[in-house]
Design a protein. Structure first.
Lengths: 115, 112
């Protein structure tokens, strides 16, 4: 069964450093998403991406965040200058061509720890 | 987006059937219902989705009454590995692909 993959599984960084989280969505999917989950809290939407541009973003997704699809398979989330409060699990998801009900497929997540 | 309400937690024993009910009184005509499952430190996983009546797959069944103001996720003969958080989501069918809004979900604990 096709699945979304994410690397690394765990990233430790110092406050103020830049991090790039990587995702490989399911190959025939066209919509891509990033969510995050702070320990013990709800899964929160960050951003969605379609046709090489951001289609929707939350108030969490401020100027320190950016997304990119650098090639035909990868989808990345960059955090420019990490803060302690960015420590969370980050999940990538993808869904298909937009016809009918949506089903989003999530990756296993990257645990980001900011020290 | 229709608001959903589900129990915070449930306990069960291995081999039992578990039914988790979600209320969505303000569901709209074009809304459908989706359930996701999340294990600790993993991403949410799609379980089942439906619009009305009953849907069944290899994992679960979803019962939706005629008024669609609630839905029940039924897990037959649970095992310890079904211990997880279960989320009920209601979303529009006709608005393409959008952000999912997760609530707090129902934390199911299965005991031996």
């Amino acid at each position: 069964e096709p699945e979304v993959t994410q690397t690394p599984s765990h990233q430790v960084t110092q406050m103020g450093q830049e991090v790039i989280l990587r995702c490989v969505p399911i190959s025939n999917h066209l919509y891509f998403y990033w969510y995050r989950q702070i320990l013990g809290q709800k899964v929160e939407f960050l951003v969605s991406f379609y046709n090489n541009e951001i289609s929707e973003k939350s108030e969490i997704f401020d100027d320190q965040f950016s997304v990119e699809r650098p090639d035909g398979s990868n989808f990345t989330l960059k955090i420019r200058s990490t803060k302690l409060e960015d420590s969370a699990m980050y999940f990538c998801a993808s869904s298909d061509d937009g016809q009918g009900p949506d089903t989003q497929y999530f990756g296993p997540g990257t645990r980001l720890t900011v020290l | 987006l229709a608001k959903t309400t589900q129990p915070i937690s449930m306990d069960s024993y291995e081999g039992q059937e578990v039914n988790i009910t979600c209320s969505h009184n303000n569901i709209a005509t074009n809304d459908y219902i989706t359930w996701y499952q999340q294990f600790p430190s993993q991403g949410p996983r799609f379980i089942i989705q439906g619009y009305k009546t009953k849907v069944t797959n290899e994992v679960a069944s979803l019962f939706i009454p005629a008024d669609r103001k609630s839905s029940t996720l039924s897990l037959p003969r649970v095992s310890l590995s079904d211990t997880a958080v279960y989320y009920c989501l209601v979303d529009r069918m006709d608005t393409g692909r959008r952000a999912l809004t997760f609530g707090s979900g129902t934390r199911l604990q299965v005991q031996p």
